[in-house]
Design a protein around this ligand. Structure first.
Ligand code: CTP
Ligand code: MG
Length: 186
């Protein structure tokens, strides 16, 4: 029995480690929609409404400064909570979270999201129009890239997250849609 249980336990442990590492990025990616709603009267698009020569917006109405600041702030708060937990509990094998790392993960996540929106506008996709799988993994790639400033590249974490994130992303977006925070269920 332990021949089967052991590898499964290792697998679950790795998934939890990867989720622990990326948690600030998950929060950064899913909270701008809330920031957008809470500070609705201060919605300043990051591109200031500017269009490129193709007649399309640089990023679009869905990418705002308040969303960006709110998302990064939430990521930092989550990272701080994680570092507090790790100061009290021994979590062997888990990468220590820090405010600095959480900041990079949050900023990287939303930069990845921004870069994706830039390309969506260039190929003529309207704001909110789904572009699978890039809508789902953009923030993971951005967060990973920015995190390299502080931590070594972990290809196993990346592989795990690229597989499970589209599922989790869809689930959280669906909740946001049901709570009327989002216009589309994806
Ligand atoms: N949001 C924001 N600022 C950001 C990112 C997101 O205000 N930097 C808010 C917007 O209200 C946005 C919502 O979060 O509509 C959902 O984000 P996302 O799905 O990334 O944007 P879309 O509206 O789908 O736009 P795009 O087509 O450019 O991806
Ligand atoms: Mg979207």
């Amino acid at each position: 029995m332990e021949y089967i249980a052991y590898p499964i336990a290792i697998g679950i442990n790795l998934v939890l480690q990867a989720l622990w590492f990326i948690l600030p990025a998950y929060f950064a990616n899913s909270s701008p929609v809330l920031g957008h709603k809470l500070f609705g009267e201060y919605n300043y698009p990051i591109d200031f409404g500017k269009k490129l020569k193709d007649g399309k917006r640089i990023f679009g109405e869905g990418k705002t400064w308040n969303g960006l600041f709110f998302g990064v702030a939430v990521a930092v708060i989550v990272g701080y909570a994680q570092s507090t937990i790790q100061a009290s509990y021994q979590m062997n094998g888990f990468l220590p979270m820090s405010i600095q790392l959480a900041f990079l993960l949050g900023l990287g996540a939303l930069t990845g999201d921004l870069v994706k929106s830039f390309f969506k506008r260039r190929i003529g996709f309207e704001r909110g129009q789904s572009l699978f799988p890039f809508d789902q993994i953009d923030f993971i790639l951005g967060a990973f890239l920015f995190s390299l400033i502080l931590v070594p590249f972990n290809c196993i974490y990346l592989a795990i997250l690229l597989i499970i994130t589209p599922v989790i992303h869809w689930a959280t977006n669906y909740v946001g849609f049901k709570l009327k925070l989002k216009k589309e269920p994806y």
